[in-house]
Unconditional design. Structure first.
Length: 231
């Protein structure tokens, strides 16, 4: 009953209230972002959302505050993440303030407050059909995986938590517990990035690193992801 009828109403009401309350902070970060990033303070990226009636993931445009610059080398290639991530970007990530613009995605219906965190399209391509069941529901700004290790657990564990959230039954009380735990995580600034890294590995890179896919399989999947992004 909650997941089918009340959850969307709760998402819409809560996100509108949060956006209204946090609007001064969002506006301030927009101004600071323009200066720190030398231009557009926002970061847009296509992500897979809830499956449509045909069983295909709906691709939507996620909006966040930009945390990395667009600095390039002499050949026009983007510099490594660690060189493009400055003090301001690290602050946004550690406090999760970069996520505030995603409230707009919740209002639009792309996201829910709680659900499986939307990954990259190139991550989705490497998922098994079982793992892609996570897209049977609307993705969330936070989720069960985010309060159980976030970026300090394996990709497989993330997907297990995503499916557990769905299979155990989505309830109002369960969502409230996850939101409460999320606030504690944000306050403690814990698990924002995997230890020893600046940005977490993509799922495909993770599989390659652990010898779970061959180089040819990896390249084929990456090509499939690029084709999906053209649609």
């Amino acid at each position: 009953m909650y997941s089918k009828f009340f959850k969307r109403f709760f998402d819409l009401l809560a996100s509108i209230i949060c956006f209204a309350i946090l609007f001064p902070i969002i506006l301030l970060l927009c101004v600071i972002g323009v200066i720190a990033m030398k231009g557009n303070p926002f970061f847009f990226q296509l992500r897979p959302g809830k499956k449509d009636k045909n069983g295909n993931e709906k691709i939507f445009r996620l909006i966040k505050f930009r945390t990395m610059s667009n600095e390039k080398d002499e050949n026009g290639n983007l510099l490594p993440d660690e060189k493009r991530l400055g003090a301001y970007g690290k602050f946004l990530r550690s406090t999760s303030l970069d996520e505030l613009p995603s409230l707009i995605n919740i209002i639009r219906g792309d996201l829910s407050l709680v659900g499986p965190r939307p990954q990259l399209v190139r991550d989705m391509i490497f998922m098994t059909s079982e793992q892609r069941r996570r897209h049977d529901v609307r993705p969330g700004l936070t989720g069960l995986a985010q309060v159980n290790g976030r970026n300090n657990i394996t990709w497989e564990q993330k997907f297990e938590y995503d499916l557990q959230y769905i299979d155990d039954g989505i309830t109002f009380l369960g969502d409230i517990k996850i939101l409460f735990k999320t606030v504690l995580k944000v306050v403690k600034r814990s698990d924002t990035v995997r230890e020893g890294t600046v940005s977490d590995l993509d799922f495909g890179d993770w599989l390659m690193l652990h010898g779970m896919v061959t180089e040819s399989e990896y390249n084929e999947k990456q090509a499939q992801a690029k084709e999906l992004l053209k649609l």
